[in-house]
Ligand binder design. Structure first.
Ligand SMILES: [Zn+2]
Length: 66
């Protein structure tokens, strides 16, 4: 997902200076900041991903955003 939230409920957009850990807006589970290179231009894309495999029921997994 491209956006997560803090424990205060504030929205965070995945970016180089974003927190390493945040909460999933859908299930409240812990998500971690990840980075990967895009195929075009070799740019680095940032996104949040669930830390564990425990949140298999989370809607963010079924319908990935971004
Ligand atoms: Zn989730």
């Amino acid at each position: 997902m491209k956006t997560a939230k803090t424990t205060e409920g504030k929205e965070i957009v995945a970016a180089p200076d974003a927190p390493e850990e945040a909460l999933c807006p859908y299930c409240g589970g812990i998500v971690v900041l990840r980075r990967r290179r895009t195929m075009n231009k070799g740019e680095v894309a940032y996104y949040y991903r669930h830390r564990s495999n425990h949140n298999t029921q989370c809607s963010a997994r079924r319908r990935p955003i971004g």
